[in-house]
Design a binder for this molecule. Structure first.
Ligand code: ADP
Length: 269
């Protein structure tokens, strides 16, 4: 099992905060009602995971989340035989559990996983809605309510971790990106209780960094980094130090770029 990477969230009493940016909530509900798998495309830190948590809570569904990495295999998702005392017993993985439970399964960063994961989900993403467990020579039909959601970062490590077009066509897809400035400031103040003024300044820093294409950063300043900076400021760390620690340092290890970004940020906060 990929313990530590599998997070099972049963019904939550409170609904995690999510501010819609477009029609994504409506699309999710229609995809769910019509048994269509959903692919959330977009850079890291744009609210994809939070959106799925929010929708699972709104629809009152259990949610199984798997953070995929290069070692994640079909066995990790489906399950395996384990030795327990003198016996060999079968242990379901998150995919089998979600299929049997009629739950939402969220495969975060699906392109990172091994190719056999894609093969394993094939029969679940078409009219069959079946999971084949070859180790047990068993076929399970997905319980009513099962939904597969996956996320994918198209720009990340270009051409290395791509999703095949034939895989993408098994999903309906929504693009995620950074919200407009006013919406992003609202999300940050809502998430961290920071004053609106400071949230606006943090967003203006992010906008500047996002436009600095010439720095060649592999990932840019995400909403997640802004939320972290705002959290540090709210807890009393000086604003400039918070920005350096939560925004600049995670983006680059290059000393010159760090210094240049720090100077730029200091003008804005
Ligand atoms: P992703 O899964 O796209 O990498 P997350 O869902 O983990 O990103 O989002 C990172 C953080 O950004 C969240 O924890 C949340 O604080 C914030 N966030 C981003 N977008 C939104 C949004 N639309 N509504 C609420 N919070 C958001």
């Amino acid at each position: 099992m990929i313990e530590g990477n599998t997070n099972v969230m049963k019904k939550t009493a409170t609904i995690p905060y999510y501010k819609p940016v477009g029609k994504e909530m409506e699309i999710f509900e229609h995809a769910y009602n019509n048994k269509i798998s959903l692919l959330l495309k977009g850079p890291t830190g744009t609210g994809k995971s939070r959106f799925v948590e929010h929708m699972a809570a709104v629809l009152d569904k259990p949610l199984y989340t798997v953070s995929c990495h290069e070692e994640t295999s079909a066995t990790d998702l489906i399950g395996r035989f384990i030795i327990k005392g003198a016996e060999t017993v079968w242990q379901d993985g998150p995919l089998s559990l979600a299929v049997k439970d009629g739950a939402i399964l969220y495969l975060d960063e699906i392109a990172e996983a091994r190719p056999d994961v894609i093969v394993a989900i094939h029969s679940l993403t078409d009219h069959r809605r079946e999971l084949f467990i070859d180790k047990r020579a068993e076929k399970i039909h997905a319980k009513e309510g099962f939904m597969l959601v996956a996320s994918f970062n198209p720009g990340y490590q270009k051409s290395f971790k791509e999703l095949k077009p034939s895989t993408k066509q098994r999903f309906a897809a929504i693009s995620f990106n950074y919200p407009n400035e006013s919406l992003e400031a609202e999300i940050i103040s809502q998430e961290t209780n920071i004053e609106r003024d400071t949230a606006v300044k943090l967003v203006s820093i992010a906008t500047k960094i996002r436009n600095l294409k010439e720095l060649g950063l592999s990932e840019t300043a995400s909403t997640r980094l802004l939320v972290n900076a705002a959290t540090l400021i709210h807890s009393g760390l000086p604003p400039r130090l918070s920005v350096k620690t939560a925004i600049v340092e995670p983006l680059t290890d290059d000393l010159e770029i760090t210094a240049a970004l720090e100077d730029m940020c200091n003008l804005l906060i």
